[in-house]
Design a protein around this ligand. Structure first.
Ligand code: NAD
Ligand code: GLY
Length: 360
């Protein structure tokens, strides 16, 4: 068995392990021993990931003596909806799955979020396991129990906090990820540095070239570092009453970019990168961030192959789009701003002057 990093997300009886390393799919029989309630499991994946990794996961689970079925969804954020969620319920019902059946999410954040929500709601809750295969899902979406689908009137607006029983992040799967998706994942990695972790930000400045070349040891370290940070924040605030909102750095502006440009035109991570630049520019306008600090953020995002200039949607449109955000409180838009590097904070006190300046 090759070495892997084992983290623990501490949530009392909902605690679970996060296992990170290379070639972990083949080791699932050992890594997931004791994690299933019965011999029944259903893998949920999509039409892109299935030809790459479904066979390996099927074989590994069958080697554990499991009876495994699977469902393959179409690939894309546009299918993260109630109609395609229904395909998972239908497959579960057709296979007569009961409350002890475990769902296994094999794919990126779309598959993970949908599978988690299906698990949260099928028969009022069945166990699920996350096997994330994108950088974004390994460092962010598979950890922390946010599950859900989109509604025509808003992204991720239907969902539940529902924790998996385990997360297995096999970094070898990242070798097949398209470059653009890989860079999008790096935006979330940089986000963790900017929130509260200067050593991570500085390590990324030193190691971005190695990460971009997908050196497996460097990637493993980056994924583990981010998961450690996320586990700490989620353990402190599972349902986002406070500090967890910091994980939305760059997302207030980013969601507006995604929606304003039309979903799928900008990848989530790309929008978050440009969103972090807007948050940095606004923080500078507020006298909280120095020009040299802003320049370092820009350099790092560029080195990760990410966009640093936001599209011009017009100030009024940005504000209209940012008003549809789960973080908002009594109609006031809540922003994550930066008091220097690695010191993010939540505020609804950003003047329209500042917004006008950075958004126009
Ligand atoms: P994604 O799931 O759409 O995956 C990106 C693309 O990569 C897809 O085409 C997918 O099929 C493909 N892919 C996946 N793994 C691959 C691999 N190993 N090799 C080749 N191709 C592969 O996108 P994502 O960036 O992983 O996730 C974005 C989603 O995650 C959004 O819906 C977002 O709302 C959600 N999200 C959720 C949370 C959370 O906390 N739950 C956090 C951040 C984002
Ligand atoms: N991705 C943000 C969160 O999990 O809270």
């Amino acid at each position: 068995m090759t070495e892997h990093i084992s983290l623990h997300l501490d949530l009392g009886e909902r605690s679970y392990p996060i296992l990170i390393g290379k070639d972990l799919l083949a080791q699932l029989p050992v890594l997931l021993k004791g994690k299933f309630k019965s011999k029944h499991a259903m893998i949920v994946t999509n039409e892109t990931v299935a030809p790459l990794y479904l066979e390996a996961v099927l074989r590994a689970l069958q080697a554990m003596g499991m009876e495994v079925t699977h469902v393959v969804l179409p690939d894309g954020e546009q299918y993260k909806d109630s109609q395609h969620l229904d395909l998972i319920y239908s497959a579960l019902l057709a296979a007569r799955c009961d409350r002890k059946t475990t769902l296994v999410a094999l794919g990126g954040g779309v598959v993970g979020d949908m599978t988690g929500y299906a698990a949260a709601t099928y028969m009022r809750g069945i166990p699920f396991i996350q096997i994330p295969t994108t950088l974004l899902s390994q460092v962010d979406s598979s950890v922390g129990g946010k599950t859900g689908i989109n509604h025509p009137l808003g992204k991720n607006m239907i969902g539940a906090f529902y924790q998996p029983k385990a997360v297995v992040a096999d970094v070898s799967t990242l070798m097949t990820l398209p470059d653009r998706e890989f860079s999008a994942g790096l935006a979330e990695v940089i986000k963790y540095g900017l929130i509260d972790d200067l050593p991570l930000f500085e390590w990324l400045e030193q190691n971005m070239a190695r990460l971009m070349s997908r050196d497996i040891a460097t990637l493993t370290e980056a994924v583990a570092w981010c998961c450690r940070n996320k586990a700490r924040i989620v353990a402190a605030d599972e349902t986002e009453g406070g500090v967890r909102a910091l994980l939305n750095l760059g997302h207030t502006f980013g969601h507006a970019i995604e929606a304003g440009m039309g979903y799928g035109v900008w990848l989530h991570g790309e929008a978050v990168a440009a969103g972090m630049m807007l948050a940095a520019a606004a923080s500078q306008e507020m006298g909280l961030l120095r020009a040299d600090e802003l320049a370092r953020i820009k350099r790092l995002l560029e080195a990760a192959g990410l966009p640093v200039a936001a599209p011009s949607l017009g100030v009024a449109r940005y504000i209209e789009l940012m008003q549809v955000d789960k973080k908002n409180d009594a109609g006031r838009i809540r922003f994550i701003m930066m008091r220097g590097l690695a010191n993010a904070f939540i505020t609804d006190d950003v003047s329209s002057d500042v917004l006008n300046k950075v958004l126009s």
